[in-house]
Design a protein around this ligand. Structure first.
Ligand SMILES: [Ca+2]
Ligand SMILES: [Ca+2]
Ligand SMILES: [Ca+2]
Length: 283
C-alpha cells in the first residue's frame, strides 16, 4: 500500500508542476450583451438562426452564442467570454481587443464590429449590433451599395453594376478596400495610408513612429516586412505604444462615429523594415 500512495503523490506533484509552467488559469468570464437588429432596425429573434461570435485579433473564436427572443429589456444575445490569466486561442484576458462576427444560416454578415475591450472578470457591458445584408457575397453590404447609387450615376456609372474589385477613383485602393476603411471610393485623395513616418531620437530608443487617418468603428493593426518583393511575407507587428504611455497595445480600436489621426510607436525588430497599416484584420 505504501508504494501505491507514493505513486499517487508523485502524479499530483507532476500535475501541479506542469500547470505552473503553463501559467494559464481561469479568472472568470466577461459578458457582452445587448440587442441585435437587422439593417432596418428590427430586433432579431431566435427564428433568425443567427450566431454571434467574439473573435480575437489572431482570428480565434473565443466565444459564441445564438440570438434568442428579446427579453423585456430588448436584449437578445449574451456572449460570455472565458477569461484566463493570459490570452489563449480559446480565451481572452482583460484589455484584449475583440470583434464580433455574425453568422446567419452559415452565411457571414458583411459587417464585423469592434467590441469594447475586455473588462474586469465577472462584469458585463452593453453592446448593440446592427447587421448588414450582403446578397451577392462580395463582402460589401447591400445598404452601402444602395447609398452609393446617386454618386455612381453622377460619375456616369450604372448603380446596379457596383464592382467591389474595381477602383473607381484610381487611387490604388479597391472599392472593397475603401468600404472596409471607410474612405471615399470617388476621391483619389482619400484612402487608408501611412501619412507620416519618422523615428524617435536614438537616446529615446530610435523607435519607428507612424501616423494614419482612421475612420470610426474599426480595428487597425500594423504589419511589417524586411523587403518589398511580391513574395514578401507581411507579419503582424504584435504591439504598438501610445505616445504618452509604455503600455503595449495589440490593435487600435476606433470608437463608432470617431475619425482622426492616430500616431503609433513601434518596437523595431530588424535593422531595416517596411510597414503597412491594416484595417479590420482577419488574422
Ligand atoms: Ca454585396
Ligand atoms: Ca479607390
Ligand atoms: Ca479613395
Amino acid at each position: 500500500m505504501k508504494g501505491v500512495i507514493e505513486v499517487t503523490l508523485a502524479a499530483a506533484a507532476l500535475a501541479i508542476s506542469s500547470a505552473a509552467t503553463a501559467s494559464v488559469f481561469p479568472t472568470g468570464t466577461y459578458i457582452y450583451t445587448g440587442s441585435v437588429r437587422n439593417y432596418a432596425g428590427t430586433l432579431l429573434s431566435e427564428a433568425s438562426r443567427t450566431t454571434i461570435q467574439a473573435v480575437d485579433t489572431n482570428g480565434n473564436v473565443v466565444a459564441e452564442t445564438q440570438v434568442v427572443d428579446p427579453t423585456e429589456s430588448g436584449h437578445n444575445y449574451r456572449l460570455a467570454v472565458p477569461l484566463t490569466s493570459r490570452s489563449t486561442s480559446t480565451s481572452a484576458t482583460k484589455g484584449d481587443s475583440l470583434r464580433c462576427v455574425a453568422i446567419q444560416d452559415g452565411a457571414v454578415y458583411a459587417t464585423t464590429f469592434p467590441l469594447p475591450d475586455v473588462g474586469d472578470a465577472n462584469t458585463s457591458t452593453n453592446c448593440d449590433l446592427a447587421l448588414a445584408v450582403d446578397s451577392d457575397g462580395d463582402g460589401v453590404p447591400d445598404e452601402y451599395v444602395d447609398g452609393l447609387a446617386a454618386w455612381m450615376e453622377s460619375e456616369g456609372l450604372d448603380p446596379s453594376g457596383y464592382d467591389a474589385s474595381a477602383d473607381y477613383d484610381g487611387d490604388g485602393s479597391s472599392n472593397y478596400a475603401e468600404y472596409a476603411a471607410g474612405t471615399d471610393p470617388f476621391d483619389e485623395n482619400d484612402l487608408l495610408r501611412i501619412t507620416a513616418f519618422s523615428k524617435t531620437p536614438e537616446n529615446e530608443g530610435g523607435l519607428p513612429v507612424l501616423s494614419f487617418e482612421y475612420s470610426g468603428g474599426r480595428i487597425y493593426c500594423v504589419a511589417s516586412s524586411t523587403n518589398l518583393a511580391p513574395t514578401a511575407g507581411w507579419e503582424r507587428v504584435p504591439h504598438y505604444y501610445e505616445a504618452s504611455t509604455n503600455d503595449p497595445h495589440s490593435a487600435f480600436v476606433s470608437a463608432q462615429d470617431d475619425i482622426g489621426v492616430k500616431t503609433l510607436y513601434l518596437a523595431p525588430a530588424a535593422k531595416s523594415q517596411f510597414f503597412v497599416i491594416r484595417v479590420n484584420p482577419e488574422e
